[in-house]
Design a binder for this molecule. Structure first.
Ligand SMILES: Cc1cc2nc3c(=O)[nH]c(=O)nc-3n(C[C@H](O)[C@H](O)[C@H](O)COP(=O)(O)OP(=O)(O)OC[C@H]3O[C@@H](n4cnc5c(N)ncnc54)[C@H](O)[C@@H]3O)c2cc1C
Length: 124
């Protein structure tokens, strides 16, 4: 079973670790468009406020440590730009701007969300 996970923070990394615990043989590929995975968003206000002094403390796992611990193929700076559901492939853009295709049996999308901003109306 080849599983591709898009997004490597809370949802994506947690799912990758969970899959590995229940399936020793699965091929798991974690695609993250940023440089980091599994970082503590929740710690950011504490870092800005000086409670957490060292930036490194925000990183729960490095890509290397996560990859070794859970046998997951972690690919940072790899952004999924297209999903072909019929062919079960994703198109991935690397930081070099090169693109490649990767096939999957199962796809998990954990790309986060943005807040809905109601339209601003000036109050008179
Ligand atoms: C300042 C702050 C404080 C918070 N405090 C708390 C708290 O105290 N308690 C709490 O429960 N929650 C808190 N949260 C919320 C919590 O951090 C989020 O709920 C959680 O990070 C969501 O995880 P996620 O994996 O769904 O998405 P994200 O953390 O948004 O991760 C999604 C990842 O997907 C990647 N991605 C997106 N598109 C692509 C693509 N096309 N290809 C490859 N990768 C892609 C992004 O680069 C990103 O790294 C806080 C959030 C913030 C910002």
């Amino acid at each position: 079973m080849k599983i591709i996970i898009i997004g490597g923070v809370a949802g994506g990394a947690t799912t990758a670790a969970r899959i590995r615990r229940s399936d020793e043989k699965a091929e798991i590929i974690l695609l993250e468009k940023g440089k980091y995975i599994s970082y503590a968003n929740c710690g950011l206000p504490y870092y800005i406020g000086g409670v957490i002094k060292e930036r490194e403390k925000l990183f729960v796992q490095t890509p290397e440590a996560f990859s070794t611990r859970f046998r997951v193929d972690v690919r940072t700076e790899n952004e999924v730009i297209f999903i072909d559901r019929k062919r079960k492939t994703v198109t991935v853009r690397q930081s070099s701007e090169d693109t490649y295709e990767e096939s999957y049996d199962k796809l998990l999308i954990s790309t986060g969300a943005s807040p809905v901003r109601p339209p601003y109306r000036e109050l008179i």
